[in-house]
Design a protein around this ligand. Structure first.
Ligand SMILES: O=C(O)CCC(=O)C(=O)O
Ligand SMILES: [Fe+2]
Length: 309
């Protein structure tokens, strides 16, 4: 862990819990004022998909855990989003960058995933099998060294109560005890009941962040509250240069509103997306002016100032 001062939004005990147990809930990491415009963005993106009269779907028998179904992901999209800068930039909030820097022990972190996800009662049975997310974040397995790990944040944009689809997870020491240290990312049948017997709820108020790792057994749960809504945004970070980890290459979605980032991000926020920081040897008069032509509202001055110095 780095020596930097720790933000008031999290403490070293919480980070230690993330490091040793794989998951920690940071209650009200974001303020109500920071969340309100993001929630409005989510309403503008997904609100019309809601059917307040829909009854909860339950496809399970008795105590069983659920399965992955496509219906769960109907209202799910990768950044950028066609809405205000608030939701787009939340995953790059300086306090979240600081959390990632402190957790991974490096200044140079990249955001490699940010998706918004709206879940509405009755739209699907959101109950999932226990699994680990490394199945679609790496072709290898979760790293042992903390600097090679990832910190995966689920940001709650609404209150996430137990009847509103709170994530359930199993701390690493408990999963090691009940089903050994091996991790099968798809969550085979034989681990489901032992994990369910020790699962914990990640329920928390709007603004909370559930920070976890890709080695942690967890699962989505169903929304059963009549008319219920759960809005979340993910922010997953890795150390820059960790090529084992990926989700999608940002430039693939070039038709999306990337200009929002170039208009509103600081150089540090842009560097989390792979845009070299001011002073990097990528920058010279030509690369700055071409980038400015591509993104006319980009604040190029810090990059120019670093050339001159
Ligand atoms: O949305 C959630 O609570 C968890 C979903 C999940 O773990 C997944 O889809 O991989
Ligand atoms: Fe997952």
């Amino acid at each position: 862990m780095g020596k930097r001062a720790i933000s008031a939004r999290f403490n070293s005990a919480a980070l230690e819990r993330w490091r040793t147990e794989g998951g920690v809930l940071l209650e009200r990491f974001f303020t109500a004022d920071e969340i309100a415009p993001c929630r409005a963005d989510m309403d503008s993106l997904y609100g019309d998909r809601r059917d307040p009269a829909a009854a909860a779907v339950d496809q399970k028998q008795g105590d069983a855990v659920g399965v992955f179904s496509r219906d769960q992901f109907r209202n799910f999209d990768d950044m950028p989003f066609d809405c205000s800068p608030a939701l787009n930039l939340l995953a790059l909030h300086p306090a979240l960058i600081e959390l990632a820097q402190t957790a991974l022990g490096t200044e140079d972190v990249h955001l490699y995933q940010s998706h918004s996800w709206a879940k509405f009662t009755g739209e699907a049975d959101f109950d999932q099998l226990f699994h680990c997310d490394f199945k679609n974040h790496t072709l290898t397995v979760p790293a042992e060294r903390v600097s090679q790990r990832t910190i995966n944040c689920m940001i709650y944009l609404t209150d996430v109560a137990d009847d509103l689809g709170a994530i359930h997870y199993v701390p690493v020491s408990d999963s090691n005890r009940v089903c050994g240290e091996e991790r099968d990312p798809f969550g085979p049948e034989e681990v489901q009941a032992p994990l369910k017997s020790v699962e914990r709820s990640g329920a928390g108020p709007a603004g909370s962040v559930f920070a976890y790792g890709i080695d942690v057994y967890h699962r989505g749960t169903n929304l059963t509250r009549p008319g219920g809504v759960r809005y979340t945004l993910t922010a997953s970070f890795k150390a820059a240069g960790n090529d084992m980890i990926g989700w999608s290459a940002w430039p693939v979605s070039f038709q999306k509103p990337w200009h929002i980032f170039f208009e509103h991000c600081t150089p540090q926020q842009l560097s989390c997306l792979g845009v070299p920081a001011p002073g990097h040897d990528f920058w010279n008069a030509e690369t700055i002016s071409r980038t400015q032509r591509r993104w006319p509202m980009w604040h190029a001055q810090p990059y120019r100032d670093a050339l001159a110095s």
